[in-house]
Design a protein around this ligand. Structure first.
Ligand SMILES: Cc1ncc(COP(=O)(O)O)c(C=O)c1O
Length: 379
């Protein structure tokens, strides 16, 4: 990655790294017969979809805009799963999606007649909540007490499944295959007899399959074993978002100023709040090329954003030499949950979106945002 070859701030998606992830996901599909969908909520840079669709089976949407994007640019299976659907959007969904997952029996009953009259066959499923938490961060745990996500076992009406062909659960976040094993045990404990009546299962997202320490063998064994236990199933779906784009993207930023208040503070042209919101929300500390923990190297700085938010701070990092205005920093792992989540808070412009083609050593600008993009959202 050569930070001098782009304007900052700028997200760079490395197509070589993306392909490496896709090849691995393709192997999982081949070895297990499962179908892997790209969850657009995590990564939706559609200029990469022609590459993604060569390896993946389709896309998972959670809104009308995502479903339209999937139908227009992914052009394979389009799956839909959201906590609730609007009456006025359903007719458009019915023209473009292949699967709809409902989060409650009431939602299914509300729309079942219109689905029967849809212009295309649509497989319908119910999202279940196995009441088994693997995720430690509360706001990312769909099984936390009081969660609205998925039907809890005691609310599930197994006598009302006419027209339902599958079950969906999504309970993981950045987790390894052992978490899936424990989750499946909980799903089967509560819903095993229902699964025997289904044609397909969707294991949701949160499978960190492309992380180096992910136990791919265990995942494959788990899927194959599940299939052996439920030979009635015609399809098993996984819908990761993060695993597709993990370690494929960078955010390149420049130092705008260095100020001092009890410590050195570098103000950058990128913002935690506007351009990498998960740094504050999750929260997490992004890796920066050549930087260490505070005090680990000679020169320590607080890296902060250009917005007015006092807490727009990426973190404290140390460097081998003093930072200077104009220096460029490379933040790692910035393809997923960034472009899909960023904002123009304070009117700060969004970073460019650039694809890097390692075979031709080319940086290809996909999108540069303008004042018009900011203005058009506000009146
Ligand atoms: C229903 C559903 N499917 C899939 C995903 C994708 O999860 P991840 O990007 O962690 O793999 C999410 C994320 O929140 C989700 O809610």
């Amino acid at each position: 990655m050569d930070p001098a070859r782009v304007q900052t701030p700028c997200y760079v998606i490395d197509l070589g790294r993306l392909k490496k992830n896709l090849v691995l996901l393709g192997q999982v599909q081949q070895e297990t017969g499962c179908r892997i969908l790209l969850a657009l909520k995590g990564f939706a840079a559609w200029s990469t979809f022609d590459l993604c669709r060569q390896y993946l089976s389709g896309a998972a949407a959670s809104s009308l805009h995502e479903a339209k994007l999937a139908a227009e640019y992914f052009r394979k299976e389009v799956h839909l799963c959201a906590p609730a659907y609007r009456d006025d959007e359903m007719p458009e969904y019915l023209r473009i999606v292949d699967h709809i997952v409902f989060n409650s029996h009431t939602q299914w009953n509300r729309f079942r007649n219109s689905i029967q009259q849809a212009p295309r066959p649509i497989a319908c499923g119910l999202r279940v909540n196995p009441m088994h938490s693997e995720v430690k961060t509360r706001i990312y745990d769909p099984c936390a007490p009081g969660s609205r996500l998925g039907i809890p076992p005691e609310q599930f009406r197994s006598e009302e499944l006419d027209g339902i062909s599958g079950l969906h659960f999504h309970t993981l976040c950045e987790l390894n295959a052992d978490s899936l094993v424990r989750t499946l045990a909980a799903v089967e404990k509560h819903f095993g007899t229902v699964i025997r009546r289904m044609k397909w299962m969707n294991f949701g997202g949160g499978h960190h399959i492309t992380r180096p320490d992910y136990d791919v063998d265990l995942l494959c064994r788990t899927i194959r074993d599940f299939w052996q236990r439920y030979p009635n199933l015609e399809a098993i779906y996984l819908e990761p978002g993060e695993a597709i784009a993990l370690h494929t993207g960078f955010l390149i930023a420049s130092v705008l100023d260095i100020v001092h208040n009890q410590m050195d503070i570098a103000i950058l042209d990128t913002s935690a709040s506007a351009h990498m919101p998960d740094v504050l929300e999750m929260p997490y500390r992004p890796v920066i090329t050549g930087a260490g923990l505070p005090g680990e190297k000679t020169y320590t700085y607080r890296l902060a954003g250009p917005t007015c938010l006092a807490g727009d701070v990426i973190g404290d990092y140390s460097f081998d030499r003093p930072l200077q205005v104009g220096d460029r920093l490379i933040f790692h792992d910035m393809a997923h949950y960034t472009m899909v989540k960023n904002t123009m808070f304070n009117g700060i412009n969004l970073p460019d979106i650039v694809l890097y083609d390692p075979q031709q050593d080319r940086y290809i600008l996909q999108r540069r945002f303008t004042y018009e993009d900011f203005k058009s959202r506000l009146s």
